[in-house]
Design a protein around this ligand. Sequence first.
Ligand SMILES: CC(C)(COP(=O)(O)OP(=O)(O)OC[C@H]1O[C@@H](n2cnc3c(N)ncnc32)[C@H](O)[C@@H]1OP(=O)(O)O)[C@@H](O)C(=O)NCCC(=O)NCCS
Length: 198
Amino acid sequence: MKLRRALPADAPALTEICVRTGHRGQDARGVYSDPDLLAAMYLLPYLALEPDWCWVGEDESLAPAGYIVGTPDTRAFSARAEAQYWPALRARRPLPPHDDMRLQARLTRALHSSPPSSLPFLDSHPAHLHIDLLPQAQGQGHGGSLMALFIEALRAAGVPGVHLGVSAQNPRAIAFYRHVGFETLQDAGWGLWMGRRC
Ligand SMILES: CC(C)(COP(=O)(O)OP(=O)(O)OC[C@H]1O[C@@H](n2cnc3c(N)ncnc32)[C@H](O)[C@@H]1OP(=O)(O)O)[C@@H](O)C(=O)NCCC(=O)NCCS
């Protein structure tokens, strides 16, 4: 797999990867009524606001088969997204009724709640990331390569640590993160906040 920086033109292909892996590592189509909201929340803001921190893995036909996106500074990213990104998206996806407990409604509620810029480990682990590979690209070392690239870039930038959130119902990803050096920082109930030093 060839790794390269993501480009704005990659957005549709990366959205597809995000959706096909967005439900606990599995396909979110048919689970969410509007699965593209997953990409609008967990992928596209990074392409828009942190283009230097977005990489793509291409398969033999040069089609994107995976990506890693993130930010070296979660607090600064959250502030910029609050000013430049979330308001327009929230306006397009209004809050659902409070008794709607479907996954789509929960996701939309997460969109409208403030991002977790007050997490207690942001001084030691200020960066965060999202990583996803299409099923046919998994289990061949590509996730490890994308992660190593991202961590090396953080190290070169002098960033002390990185965190991520992972669903409790995605044990495969949790095991992968442990294998590449992440440990649990906090049990969030819905899943884990994990982190590692750079
Ligand atoms: C999770 C994911 C990014 C891992 O990437 P991957 O390409 O499948 O993992 P790799 O093949 O690069 O594995 C890298 C290393 O981790 C190890 N590893 C991978 N998955 C593992 C697991 N479930 N348990 C233990 N070790 C694991 C590999 O053995 C390998 O070890 P090595 O470097 O010592 O040989 C990928 O499977 C994926 O995109 N899954 C679906 C989407 C998802 O769940 N994303 C995370 C959302 S929070």
